[in-house]
Design a protein around this ligand. Structure first.
Ligand SMILES: Nc1ncnc2c1ncn2[C@@H]1O[C@H](COP(=O)(O)OP(=O)(O)O)[C@@H](O)[C@H]1O
Ligand SMILES: [Mg+2]
Length: 298
């Protein structure tokens, strides 16, 4: 059950009980190198299930997983998928709470307001939420907005405020780890160079997402077309035409995963007849859309 936005503390944009059927999808939809999903899932499960017992180790986990890479490479989708995949694996031991944090939703840095809100998030809000169910996964999407690297922070921002906000995150991470060693925090960043080093050094796993190569692009195209064919079975042949996927993929080099997914929509929207009757979508529409998008790449 999702709690209404009005009831949520600053910075928290969603609280969900998992597993839930409507959260199926993201995990399977992601095309990533072999082993990536297992590594991510295992890292999360280890802390969610055994975090309490691991605190005694000299190298106890911080429960922090960082997904870093260019925009549109699937970081947020992987993080959401991970929450559901972990919740499914842990379902025999109880439910999982998935909490979504939006660093941009914190009040401005003025007068230390943001710093207080961050401190409250880690010392009150998250421990209270974590007390509700046996497992808790927190997604901090676009961490660079919260934990600005102090050594390179822009001079336009008040350096004192930047220090304070980043210090609040560091103290928050340490306090959360001490009180709730079984909570997993998944943070994403488009720009790892902007994230504070001390925050990064606390990560148990930093996973770098890359722009998709041609084979991956072809697989994303296939998966997007298969999704369409679920709605319009006439499109099944297009969804199964692997030679076509490879041909189109060759024209999409340099696209991020989001742009590849959107390509199918762009192709459908390139002709009025196709927009009205999607089964009319053909190979040439996809090729033309790929060429048009390629010409638009910066
Ligand atoms: N490797 C990939 N495999 C499948 N889909 C992908 C991949 N990379 C990106 N996408 C798709 O692109 C869209 C944007 O992904 P998103 O998770 O928002 O990226 P990010 O958070 O890195 O900006 C989503 O629909 C996602 O499914
Ligand atoms: Mg994202």
């Amino acid at each position: 059950m999702a709690v209404t936005a009005a009831a949520l503390p600053p910075g928290v944009i969603g609280v969900h009980a998992l597993p839930a059927d409507h959260h199926d999808g993201p995990w399977d939809s992601m095309v990533v190198p072999d082993g990536t999903k297992e590594r991510l899932l295992s890292q999360a499960l280890l802390v969610l299930r055994h975090g309490h017992r691991l605190t005694a180790l000299s190298a106890a986990p911080h429960g922090l997983i960082v997904l870093a890479g260019p925009p549109g490479t699937g970081k947020s989708t992987l993080a959401q998928g991970l929450a559901q995949a972990a919740a499914l694996a842990l379902a025999p031991h109880g439910a999982t709470t998935f909490v979504e944090i939006d660093p941009h939703a914190f009040p401005s840095d003025m007068l230390g307001e943001s710093q207080r809100a961050v401190a409250r998030l880690f010392t009150e809000v998250l421990p209270e939420i974590a007390a509700r169910r046996p497992h808790t996964i927190v997604l901090v999407d676009e961490l660079e907005a919260l934990a600005v690297r102090r050594s390179t922070a822009s001079f336009e921002t008040n350096p004192v405020d930047v220090h304070r906000a980043t210090d609040a995150v560091l103290m928050g991470l340490d306090s959360l780890r001490a009180r709730c060693p079984h909570v997993v925090l998944v943070a994403t960043t488009n720009f790892i160079a902007a994230v504070d080093e001390a925050v990064l050094s606390r990560a148990d796993l930093v996973l770098h997402t890359e722009l998709p190569d041609e084979t991956t692009i072809a697989a994303i195209l296939r998966s997007s077309l298969a999704g369409l064919a679920d709605n319009w079975p006439e499109l099944r042949p297009l969804a199964e035409d692997t030679a076509l996927h490879a041909k189109v993929a060759g024209r999409c080099v340099g696209f991020d995963g989001r742009r590849v997914r959107k390509l199918v929509l762009a192709a459908m929207a390139s002709r009025t007849e196709v927009a009205l009757r999607p089964p009319l979508l053909c190979a040439d529409d996809l090729i033309a859309a790929a060429d048009a998008e390629q010409a638009d790449l910066p």
